[in-house]
Design a protein around this ligand. Sequence first.
Ligand code: LLP
Length: 385
Amino acid sequence: MLSRKVADRLKGFETPFYLYDIDLLRQTLDSAVAVASKYGFRLHYAIKANYDPKILSVIKEYGLGIDCASGNEIRCAIEAGFAPAGIVYAGVGKKDKEIEYAISQGIFSINCESLQELELIDLIAGRMGKVQNVALRINPDIDPKTNSCIDTGQADSKFGISYEEVMANADRIKEYGNVRVKGMHLHIGSQIRELHVFEYLCDKVNAIVECLTGLGFVLDFIDVGGGLGINYDFPENEPIPNFSSVFAIVNQNLKAEGREIHFEFGRSIVAQCGELISTVLFRKDTATGRKLVIIDASMTELIRPALYGAYHCIENITSEESARERYTIVGTACESTDVFDQSVGLPVTKRGDLLTIKSAGAYGMSMASRYNLHDLPSAVYSDEL
Ligand code: LLP
């Protein structure tokens, strides 16, 4: 990981901050784009994972489109120079003004998540004198074998339209004058490490597409969403996620029949290039003997451990001690769940040491908050050190 190599140079920066390894980001993009283009797949970057301007500018160089979840994300993407024609927009609760903005920008597709939303898009597009391309986001009822907090494609989920509802309303859907159903969209969850799940996904897509085609829909593209997981346990073993396998699985199992295949990856593009660097403020022991390390970061900079019980690998990058101890790493926020790790073995750790919390490039900064009126963390980039 970058932080250990540049630890001396990090000492002058005010912590906590995100450290981004721009070389690793480029290598990751090189890998994703090389394999995707082998199969002719189209890639979108899920901007919700991280909308840092410099990261966006690097991603833009590689020609990816953008997957957005709000009007402001669309605005951010366009301001960062991404072409509206490469933007897709999903979201279970789009506001009228967001739909209007998306239509006015001429984005590639609104990925529609309910019949009521479809009707609203038709109404708004009609009022604007436009016809909007949409994809139906179908809920395929698949267990993505991931943390239940971040699965999105099971039958009872709030995301997507049930396949049965689409079937029952096919005629009505085809009649709208100001929306054109051009594609089908799915996203079954995030941090998927059991790649055979993508095989099930393809089987379901094949069956659904066959039915929709039978009902008279003409689909130009299938957007299979994102979700490829990364190695949080041993990031150094797998700094670049396994794009080859997931693309090969989809290529082998999805009956594209000339349709464009789109992906929307967030985490797999940016997670491993980011670390959260923090300073140890205090060391104290609880009455029960637990050794606490209190760092100057908290759930306000990285909420994943507190929100999902997510694991991030932590290292002390400045301690020169050879002896090791077990610590509970806690943050500064006034919340008992503000714990980064209940029990991690580190070299003896003292006030002033720098800790890195790894694999924090995705859903770190983008989920930061100002709870307790904390300042938002800044960013340091490897190519500017
Ligand atoms: N497409 C759609 C429609 C999505 O909802 C998401 C993520 C993605 C693509 C990108 O998924 P990825 O490739 O990053 O797995 N905050 C959580 C993750 C929430 C993901 C939300 N949707 C976390 O920190 O684990």
